[in-house]
Design a binder for this molecule. Structure first.
Ligand code: HXC
Length: 270
């Protein structure tokens, strides 16, 4: 449950959130609205998108949705242009749409590789290119990409997703330096294991999987979409995060650091 933000940091601004019909995307969209911003959510199915838009409207903002597959570059460009037509601006783009499944690399079909890379890496570029053009013209904006820590440390069974997320990290740093002088900030957020239907079904389908994942987190708990959205809101805030670009904020309870090997983690080095 997201409460109205005490500071309406997004008042008068507009965001587009891909994959906004569920999970982290929905929570970010609703959090943006809680901060007074107008929001458009993009995804493949109208019904959950409309639900998110309705949740956003409860904060008194204008919220809408657009159905589109992020693999379709023309459709993504049309969606971004539609936001600018409707609201006169696009201040934030959150590239959150993702597709994922665990599969040993040697068993992954070229089509399976392509499906994930198309959604995650290519979809992120299509949205970024389209929104970036408007932001550069307007003299500012913020792009936030949702990645995972295996973008930099790798992880068995995720070769397609890790390669795509790693590509996004390189894209983020490249565009932060390419567009920085023109006021467009580009950052990543890297959530740890988050209680969403999509992630749970894909990444910890059984109780044993769930216990194993939980055991890998120094903070000893999963996170929630709302907690991730709070960090996303910070990075999207044009005032508090004005000087942050090309960076990654991990919201993972320390998961990527790994648990202690030579000593019990609770005991430290004692
Ligand atoms: C092996 C698989 C597979 C699996 C699909 N494929 N699932 N291969 N194991 N479990 C293969 C198919 O066999 C096919 O290849 C190819 O991938 C495309 O499959 P389709 O189902 O035809 O593709 P499509 O309908 O486009 O679906 C794309 C998708 C799907 C990525 C496969 O899962 C999807 O749309 N997911 C969106 C939602 C989602 O995944 N959410 C979870 C995000 S959680 P062949 O060769 O047979 O044609 C997340 C968290 C990451 O990202 C961070 C964690 C820390």
């Amino acid at each position: 449950m997201i409460a109205k933000s005490p500071v309406e940091e997004f008042s008068g601004l507009t965001a587009l959130v891909t994959g906004g019909g569920s999970g982290i995307g929905r929570a970010i969209a609703v959090r943006y609205a809680a901060g007074g911003g107008n929001v458009v959510v993009l995804g493949r199915r109208a019904e959950p998108l409309e639900q998110t838009a309705q949740m956003a409207r409860e904060f008194g903002v204008t919220a809408d949705f657009v159905t589109c597959d992020v693999r379709d570059a023309d459709a993504v460009t049309a969606a971004v242009d539609g936001v600018v037509e409707q609201f006169g601006r696009i201040d934030a783009l959150v590239n959150n749409a993702a597709g994922n499944f665990i599969c040993p690399a040697e068993e992954l079909s070229p089509n399976g590789w392509r499906a994930v890379v198309d959604i995650v890496l290519n979809g992120t570029f299509y949205g970024t290119r389209a929104a970036g053009r408007h932001m550069l013209e307007a003299g500012g904006g913020s792009i936030l990409n949702v990645i995972a820590s295996y973008a930099w440390h790798g992880h068995p069974g995720t070769v397609h997703s890790a390669a795509a997320k790693g590509g996004i990290l390189a894209m983020t740093r490249t565009l932060a330096s390419e567009w920085g002088a023109r006021g467009v900030r580009v950052n990543c957020i890297s959530p740890g294991p988050t209680e969403t239907e999509g992630a749970g079904a894909a990444l910890w389908p059984t109780e044993a999987d769930r216990a194993r994942v939980l055991g890998s987190v120094p903070a000893a708990r999963f996170t929630t979409p709302e907690e991730v959205a709070e960090s996303a809101a910070f990075l999207l805030d044009p005032r508090r995060a004005a000087y942050i670009t090309g960076d990654v904020l991990s919201v993972d309870g320390g998961q990527w650091l790994g648990k202690a090997v030579y000593a019990d983690s609770a005991a430290g080095s004692r």
